[in-house]
Design a protein around this ligand. Structure first.
Ligand code: GDP
Length: 470
């Protein structure tokens, strides 16, 4: 907490497990009277997989052209804790009373204005959609709002959602919901949050916890204010004066033909632009905002419904403006081929660890741990840490993205796929759907029943002596 306080004094809203650069760390060390010495990380990491595609988004951007843009927010949390109700309540905050009846359509994202500033919300609650997009290389969000019901407290999916938000390195704001309920126990939830490393500001921590009632629309403005506050401490910028690039949030076919909801992330999208979205392309015939109003231009962070694509793209696809119809078609074809190749990209596996480590391709060893009982988590995490320190001290950093008791679920696999992690299970079953997904996504799941075998396998993996299992 002391470290976080110093960071905050220096304008960095750090969370408990956030990575900071050397200069910042050195500054903090000095403040505590230490003399830091820099240890250089291993050689530059070559990115693999879908994130390469992503780098095009801001490629060649001149920093002087960047202007602040609205933050893009995702709402996560346990089922029934009030995500949908909260998203609706927020949406209604700045809609004139007579309009309320008209907002029936959902296009996957919407924008609200508060105190003259805009905020974009992804309108698909829950981490499944969010993580699936991340697994495809899309990075659309700037801030996560974690909804926790005050009567129910921290639940398994709360922890899961937190792991997803942390893996995406998003700043987290907690919306403590249902405070109107007589059974609400705010103190209890606050201490549960602190146990997860989300120490509320009221307890001297750095986590903003906003008490709300989505149902009675209490505290909604405080939440919006908190979002804008966090956004201010981040570099949330884009260049509006360039051709648009962004991500497909949602797509479907209706009587107007293929309809895609696009989130413009950089540049400005204009009616008449020729775009490539995933493996489809077309001219933007018409654009609509989240209330169905026609638009001619969409600046950064605007979600828009677009008509004119030749086919339906997939959520998580990147889109960009092309110079001509011909270029668009070629790009779309290339994308289709690229996609084919990407499907074959093998994700991280234990056998691969050594090879990738030697090639300088991994610096981080991301692991998800699932165990039969909570008490097994600590010894396994400790064991992994010791082994990595013993065998790959300067080469690898162990990141435990998520550790919990319970079977290995689809959510664990999507998290692993999105973060290039492996899953270690201890005396737990693997859900059938999770097994299928792991196979199609190439996620390595290892289930053990004896701790010693984990040690054996990991030791071999770190020395490059683990034989492939398949
Ligand atoms: P989700 O699964 O997280 O999207 O949760 P929902 O938004 O569907 O809400 C689940 C239930 O909790 C619904 O019956 C809501 O009416 C109720 N609910 C949501 N927010 C509140 C709140 O602030 N107070 C009360 N009393 N109930 C709420």
């Amino acid at each position: 907490i002391d470290v976080i306080k110093v960071l905050m004094h220096n304008g960095i809203m750090a969370s408990i497990n956030q990575r900071i650069d050397y200069e910042t760390a050195a500054l903090v060390a000095h403040e505590f009277g230490f003399e830091p010495r820099e240890q250089r990380p291993p050689e530059a990491v070559e990115e693999e997989g879908p994130s390469l595609l992503w780098q095009r988004l801001y490629a060649g951007e001149d920093p002087s052209k960047l202007k602040p843009r609205p933050p893009v927010v995702v709402v996560l949390g346990h089922v029934d804790h009030g995500k949908t109700t909260l998203l609706d309540a927020i949406r209604r905050t700045n809609v004139a009373a007579q309009e309320v009846g008209q907002i029936t359509q959902r296009i996957g994202a919407y924008q609200v204005e508060y105190n003259g500033r805009k905020i974009t919300f992804l309108d698909t609650p829950g981490h499944e959609a969010f993580t699936q997009m991340r697994a495809r290389g899309a990075q659309v969000t700037d801030i996560a709002v974690l909804v926790v019901a005050a009567d129910d407290g921290v639940m398994p999916q709360t922890r899961e959602a937190l792991a997803h938000a942390r893996a995406a390195r998003l700043p987290i704001i907690v919306a403590l919901n249902k405070i109107d309920k007589p059974t609400a126990n705010i103190e209890r939830v606050m201490s549960q949050l602190a146990e997860l490393g989300l120490v509320p500001q009221e307890y001297g921590g750095d986590t903003i916890v906003v008490k709300v009632s989505a149902k009675q629309r209490i505290g909604i403005e405080d939440l919006l204010e908190a979002i804008l506050l966090v956004a201010e401490t981040r570099e949330i910028k884009a260049n509006p004066d360039r051709p648009a690039v962004g991500t497909v949030i949602d797509a479907r076919v209706d009587r107007r033909g293929p309809v895609a909801t696009l989130l413009v992330q950089n540049g400005t999208l204009k009616q008449g632009d020729i775009i490539v979205a995933g493996a489809t392309y077309g001219r933007v015939r018409a654009m609509f905002d989240d209330r169905g109003r026609p638009l001619k231009k969409a600046p950064p962070s605007t979600p828009v419904e677009v008509l004119g694509l030749s086919d339906v793209p997939e959520a998580g696809d990147l889109f960009e403006v092309a110079e001509s119809e011909r270029q668009a078609r070629e790009l779309a074809e290339r994308r289709a081929a690229e996609r084919q190749r990407q499907r074959q990209v093998r994700r991280m596996s234990l056998e691969d660890l050594y090879r990738r480590m030697q090639a300088g391709k991994v610096r981080e060893f991301n692991v998800i741990i699932k165990t039969d009982v909570q008490g097994s988590i600590e010894p396994i995490a400790g064991l992994l840490q010791r082994l990595v320190e013993r065998h790959a001290k300067d080469q690898l950093q162990l990141n435990i993205l998520h550790a919990d008791a319970g079977e290995i679920s689809v959510s664990d696999v999507t998290l692993a796929a999105a973060s290039d992690a492996i899953i270690i299970g201890f005396n737990v079953p693997v859900d059938a759907a999770a097994k299928r997904l792991a196979e199609s996504e190439g996620v390595d799941i290892r289930v053990y029943s004896v701790i010693y075998h984990i040690e054996e396998d990991l030791e071999k993996a770190l020395k490059g002596m683990l034989a492939p299992t398949i």
